[in-house]
Ligand binder design. Structure first.
Ligand code: SF4
Length: 425
C-alpha cells in the first residue's frame, strides 16, 4: 500500500515536471500557422504497403504540431508541394517539420464528393484496409498551436462534422490515430460509430526521459496511456501503435510497455522501429539538443544500412518474442520495412556476426561451401518471416479473423548468427 502511494506520488511529480517542461518548450517554439487554401479537407486513397491500417486518409492540416523528428511525412514531399510551403513562408519544410501548421479549409461539396467516391471504391485484393478511412496519416487530428488556439478549436469542430458525415452517409469504417489526449473530448462521437470505428494512440515507450529525447513536442506518453484506458472504459475499440521504438528500447522497456498494453485488451498492437527516411536522423539529433534532453539519442545505429537493419530487425524480433511470452502475440501486426529484405545488408550482418564469433578466422573451402548454403537458407527463412508479417490483415471488431494466416515463425536465434558445424571447424 505504502509502495503504491509512493509510486503514484513519484508519478505525479514526474508528470508535473514534464508538463512544465512541455509548456516551456511550447512557449519557446514559434509555430507558423495559417490556412491551407489549396486543397480542402477530403478523403483520398492512400498507398500504404503492408501496414493494414486503412485504404483512405483524411488529413485536416498540412504540417504537424508534434513535429516528431523521426516522422516520415516529409520524405513524401514533392517539389511542387515544397514550393507551396515556400510561398507560405516555410523556407525548408523538411528541416522545419513541426514548426508550421496550415489547417485545411472546409468545402462541403468537395468533402461529400470524396466521401461518395470512397464509398464506391473497389478496394483491390491485398490492399487490406478494412474499408477504413484514417484520421490522420500526415498530421495529428488533434492539433494545438499557441498562435492559433481558436483556429485549432474550429478544426476540431470540422473533424467532428466530417466524422458525422462519414457515419451518416456511408458504410465506411474509421480509424482514429493520434498522440493527443484531447481526443477524449470526442469519445461520445466515436462511441456512436459502434464497431465501425477504432481508436488508437501512438505509444513507442512509457519511459518519459526517452520519449522526451525522441519526441519532445508530443504529449506526455503517460497521458496518452491514460487516454487509451479512458477509451477502453468508455467502451471503445482500442488499438495502439508502438511506433517507433527507439534504439534504447531494450527488452525491459519493451516488456514494461507491452505489459501495460496487455491490460488494455487491445484490438491490435502495431509495431515498427525507426526507419531512416530523408532527413529524419539529423532531425532526431538536432531536436534532442534543442530540447536539452537528458538522453543523447543513440543514432549510431543508423550509421549504415547494415547497422540500421540490425537495429530494426532486433527490435521487431524482440517485440514478437516478448509479446509471445506475455500471451499477446495474436494482437500483433508488425511492420517490417522494405529495407529489411536487402540481401546485401543481410549477408553483411551475417559476416559481421561470423567475425565477432570467430575472430581472425580463415575459412577452409569446406567451410566456405557450407556457409554459402547456410547464408542462403537463413535469408530465405528471413524473407518468409517478413512476407508473413506483410500478409497479415489487422483485426477489426466484428470482422472474422483472417483465414489461413498463421504467425510467422519466430527464429530461435538471430537470423545473423552463424555457428560453424563442429566437424568443419
Ligand atoms: S504525430 Fe505523427 S504525423 Fe505528427 S509528427 Fe508525429 S509521427 Fe508525424
Amino acid at each position: 500500500m505504502k509502495r503504491t502511494k509512493t509510486k503514484s506520488k513519484a508519478l505525479k511529480a514526474e508528470t508535473k515536471a514534464r508538463q512544465k517542461q512541455e509548456a516551456a518548450l511550447k512557449k519557446r517554439r514559434e509555430i507558423l500557422t495559417g490556412i491551407w487554401d489549396k486543397t480542402p479537407i477530403g478523403i483520398t486513397e492512400n498507398h500504404f504497403k503492408h501496414k493494414s491500417l486503412s485504404f483512405g486518409s483524411c488529413n485536416i492540416a498540412q504540417g504537424c504540431v508534434h513535429g516528431c523528428p523521426f516522422c516520415y511525412v516529409t520524405s513524401t514531399f514533392t517539389k511542387p508541394l515544397i514550393k507551396l510551403f515556400q510561398q507560405r513562408g516555410v523556407s525548408d519544410p523538411r528541416a522545419g517539420w513541426g514548426q508550421y501548421l496550415f489547417l485545411r479549409r472546409w468545402d462541403e461539396e468537395h468533402f461529400l464528393k470524396s466521401l461518395a467516391k470512397a464509398e464506391l471504391m473497389q478496394i483491390p485484393a491485398g490492399h487490406d484496409g478494412n474499408r477504413a478511412v484514417m484520421f490522420c496519416t500526415t498530421t495529428d487530428p488533434y492539433p494545438v498551436a499557441a498562435g492559433a488556439v481558436e483556429e485549432c478549436k474550429a478544426a476540431r469542430q470540422l473533424l467532428r462534422y466530417a466524422l458525422e458525415l462519414i457515419r451518416d452517409r456511408s458504410t465506411l469504417r474509421v480509424r482514429i490515430q493520434t498522440r493527443s489526449p484531447l481526443a477524449t473530448e470526442d469519445f461520445d462521437l466515436f462511441k456512436s460509430f459502434g464497431d465501425r470505428l477504432v481508436f488508437g494512440m501512438s505509444i513507442p515507450t512509457l519511459d518519459m526521459k526517452l520519449s522526451h529525447a525522441y519526441e519532445p513536442h508530443a504529449p506526455n506518453v503517460k497521458l496518452r496511456l491514460a487516454a487509451l484506458q479512458k477509451a477502453k472504459e468508455a467502451g471503445l475499440n482500442v488499438y495502439v501503435a508502438m511506433a517507433p521504438t527507439y534504439p534504447e528500447c531494450n527488452d525491459e522497456d519493451i516488456r514494461t510497455t507491452l505489459l501495460e498494453f496487455r491490460n488494455l485488451d487491445l484490438v491490435t498492437i502495431f509495431h515498427e522501429p525507426i526507419n531512416v527516411r530523408g532527413y529524419n536522423v539529423k532531425r532526431i539529433i538536432d531536436s534532442a539538443k534543442d530540447a536539452e534532453a537528458s538522453i543523447i539519442p543513440n543514432t549510431s545505429v543508423f550509421d549504415s544500412p547494415v547497422k540500421t537493419m540490425l537495429y530494426g530487425l532486433e527490435q521487431l524480433l524482440a517485440v514478437q518474442r516478448i509479446a509471445t511470452e506475455l500471451g499477446i502475440a495474436d494482437k500483433l501486426k508488425l511492420w517490417p520495412d522494405e529495407s529489411l529484405i536487402s540481401k546485401s545488408a543481410f549477408m553483411a550482418n551475417r559476416q559481421e556476426s561470423l567475425k565477432a564469433k570467430y575472430p581472425g578466422i580463415r575459412l577452409t573451402p569446406e567451410q566456405r561451401q557450407w556457409l554459402g548454403k547456410a547464408d542462403e537458407q537463413a535469408y530465405q527463412q528471413h524473407l518468409s518471416w517478413v512476407h508473413g508479417w506483410w500478409a497479415k490483415i489487422s483485426d477489426w471488431p466484428g470482422v472474422p479473423p483472417q483465414q489461413g494466416w498463421t504467425t510467422p515463425k519466430l527464429p530461435a536465434e538471430s537470423p545473423f548468427t552463424v555457428t560453424l558445424p563442429e566437424g568443419l571447424k
